[in-house]
Design a protein around this ligand. Structure first.
Ligand code: F0G
Length: 360
């Protein structure tokens, strides 16, 4: 029997809405089609009458939403004859670039901020055979270097300034609409470069213009307080946050994101690192959903807005969980308060460990 894959990725699924032709050779790892999960327990814990859905983008092939954009960017790079791609990254883009380059049989160069990317992401870049260039600087400096070097070397930039990235990422909005049967009232996203919030708005708007939905969500973009240029109203030179994925002070889609805020009648807000980690833990402990810290910013923000009364009860909310929790095991282990009990390998010791912990 010939090999007939069950699902062949988002370009194949949304071919008529993406810039590909019948002849385009698709570079795919089966990305997209991620679960939309309704939170059963957290609204009760919060004491709020709301429907919260999470789009679990951590279940993409390399563990983040970046795969949606990368399948498009690498497919087009290969179609245009490129033999090498390059990006600056806080980790997830580099993991996706490395994987899709390997799939395509081309080279990947990734610039990362030394010491500031989560362990799993570093492992991915190295394992997929990318040339990993650590810089003694942050993401924003890396991004500038990538733009400069691309003028002097035959490499295609696959950061979200590559327009094909946003084309691929807009498909997340299509999937949400198809599954819910409507657009949510509010869509909450973590914001770094603001490419993803822009891409989601493109997706909702496309379906709105085609009459598939009759309303679009208010787009809410949440930043970590130490890396919140959209809250400050200007670029931030030394961004800091435990959520290293969004440790970005010079967002590349600055103008586009302000436009999304205006058009959708949404807003930006900020979350403290403590709120971000608390939301990450809430999802893990009460719903069985493990996302990385940056991803939990969407839920942390939604909780803040609910508590402030800015999201009214009765609302339907979608939060994008952008990356998998396994990306950053160090932060997870550091903040876990679950008992890690070491005992002798005897029946008595194991029984006592159970009896001592069964009450809670
Ligand atoms: N969440 C995660 C897990 C991310 O990795 C990123 C961005 C974002 C949210 C923010 O998305 O930039 O479109 O607003 N990560 C990039 C990277 C910068 O290099 O992996 P955005």
């Amino acid at each position: 029997m010939p090999f007939r894959p069950r699902y062949t990725g988002l370009i194949e699924r949304y071919r008529d809405r993406l810039p590909v032709s019948d002849d385009t050779k698709l570079i795919s790892l089966g990305e997209g089609n991620t679960p939309l999960l309704k939170l059963n327990n957290i609204p009760k814990v919060l004491g709020k009458d709301v429907e919260i859905y999470v789009k679990y983008e951590g279940l993409n092939p390399t563990g983040s939403f970046k795969d949606r954009g990368m399948t498009m960017a690498v497919t087009k790079a290969v179609e245009e004859g490129s033999k090498a791609i390059i990006c600056a990254s806080t980790g997830n883009t580099s993991a996706a670039a490395a994987a899709y380059a390997a799939r395509a049989g081309i080279k990947a160069f990734v610039l990362i901020p030394e010491g500031k990317i989560a362990l799993g992401k570093l492992a991915q870049g190295m394992m997929h055979g990318a040339t990993v260039i650590q810089i003694k600087g942050n993401f924003d400096e890396g991004m500038q270097l990538v733009k400069d070097v691309a003028e002097h070397a035959p490499v295609t930039i696959v950061n979200s300034i590559n327009p094909y990235r946003l084309q691929g990422q807009k498909t997340a909005a299509f999937e949400i609409v198809e599954e819910l049967g409507f657009a949510p009232d509010f869509h909450c996203l973590p914001v770094g470069n603001a490419g993803n919030i822009t891409a989601h708005w493109m997706g909702y708007s496309e379906y709105f213009d085609d009459g598939i939905i009759d309303a679009r969500p208010k787009m809410l973009g949440f930043q970590a307080a130490g890396s919140a240029p959209f809250m400050r109203g200007h670029m931030v030179d030394n961004p800091e946050t435990v959520a290293t994925a969004i440790r970005i002070g010079h967002p590349q889609s600055w103008d586009k994101a302000w436009k999304v805020k205006e058009e959708s009648e949404g807003w930006f807000d900020e979350c403290s690192d403590e709120q971000i980690l608390a939301a990450q833990k809430l999802l893990a402990e009460h719903e069985g959903i493990f996302c990385e810290p940056a991803s939990a910013t969407s839920l942390a923000g939604a909780i803040n807005e609910l508590n402030a009364g800015k999201i009214p009860e009765g609302s339907k909310i979608v939060c994008t969980l952008t990356g998998h929790g396994l990306k950053d095991p160090d932060t997870a282990i550091k903040q876990s308060t679950s008992p890690l009990v070491t005992v002798d390998a005897t029946l008595d010791a194991v029984r006592d460990a159970i009896l001592n912990n069964i009450a809670d």
